[in-house]
Design a protein around this ligand. Structure first.
Ligand code: SAM
Length: 280
């Protein structure tokens, strides 16, 4: 039998009786980072062989785990914190367990996404756990495009050094929605900062962070921002000169003037073509 075991995301006491029992009863434990997990295991007096099971060696460790299970051993798999598989390794293993018809279960417990939704005060009725935003610009754009019109609350994990950049990006793409920065859940300095995307929230740039963002609201026209091209065309049609329009739109959309300028060139080219066609 294989047990995925959820472990604390901060406070070491936030672990279930069953999790402690299972960790103490299995033949061995696979951990994302054995040294990290030893702190928890020592806290509960659990002495078991601990092996590594992390993202970069997931395939080869999966094969090893499957072999052990077939030989009749019982195994627990933990990540550094929270629920395995949730922005953590384990999905390769699950696919192989199902393929090999080997039984597995989850010993349920902490998950930062669920805790953050509850703490945020934003609609917890339906939410979507989006995970980390990709680093690369193109991938980010394709990633967020899938969530733009989702009416469920959005949950993003964020590394502290990326959080300001992530918030600016989310404002640019999602508009002025309700948001919360939920930090250090279950730890001494747990905090929740509620604000509207586009504002500059004040919170310590330290610790672990989850971003919770209100879902799309179809009726809320305030959220329905025109595209950059539409905004430019409206200003130019209203008599603004191109330079001024570019400056205003760049400020409004949090974009570089050079990026907005490119859109204005497209508009001018289209206008030119339309004029030539009408004249011809
Ligand atoms: N498997 C974990 C879970 O169930 O939540 C998530 C692992 S993911 C690699 C780590 C991210 O989870 C962090 O970057 C942060 O966004 C979030 N996180 C984990 N612990 C947290 C905490 N105590 N407070 C706030 N966010 C936390």
């Amino acid at each position: 039998m294989l047990y995925f075991v959820a472990t604390p995301i901060g406070n070491l006491k936030e672990i279930t009786y069953r999790a402690v029992e299972v960790l103490g009863a299995v033949d061995c434990i696979y951990a994302e980072n054995p040294r990290h997990s030893l702190v928890l295991l020592n806290e509960y007096g659990i002495k078991k062989p601990v092996f590594e099971h992390q993202k970069f060696s997931e395939r080869e460790k999966t094969a090893e785990i499957i072999e052990k299970l077939k030989s009749g051993l019982t195994i627990a798999v933990v990540s550094d914190a929270g629920t395995p598989l949730i922005s953590d390794p384990g999905s390769v293993l699950v696919a192989e367990l199902i393929k090999n018809e080997l039984p597995y279960t989850l010993v349920n417990g902490p998950c930062a996404a669920v805790a953050a939704v509850v703490l945020s005060g934003i609609n917890a009725g339906a939410f979507c756990m989006a995970g980390f935003l990709p680093e690369k610009k193109g991938e980010r754009e394709a990633f967020i495009a899938r969530f733009l019109k989702l009416e469920a609350t959005l949950v993003f994990y964020a590394a502290v050094h990326d959080v300001i950049k992530d918030l600016a990006f989310l404002h640019k793409r999602l508009g002025a929605r309700k948001a919360a920065v939920v930090r250090e859940i279950s730890k001494k300095f747990e905090s929740v900062t509620r604000f509207t995307l586009g504002e500059a929230p004040e919170f310590p740039l330290r610790g672990e962070i989850v971003l919770v963002i209100e879902g799309y609201k179809p009726q809320d026209s305030a959220q329905e921002r025109p595209s950059v091209a539409e905004a430019l065309r409206t200003l130019i049609d209203a008599g603004a000169d191109k330079k001024e329009a570019v400056k205003l739109v760049a400020a409004e959309y949090g974009m570089k003037k050079s990026e907005v300028y490119l859109e204005s060139v497209v508009i001018s080219t289209k206008n030119e073509k339309r004029k030539t066609k009408n004249e011809g």
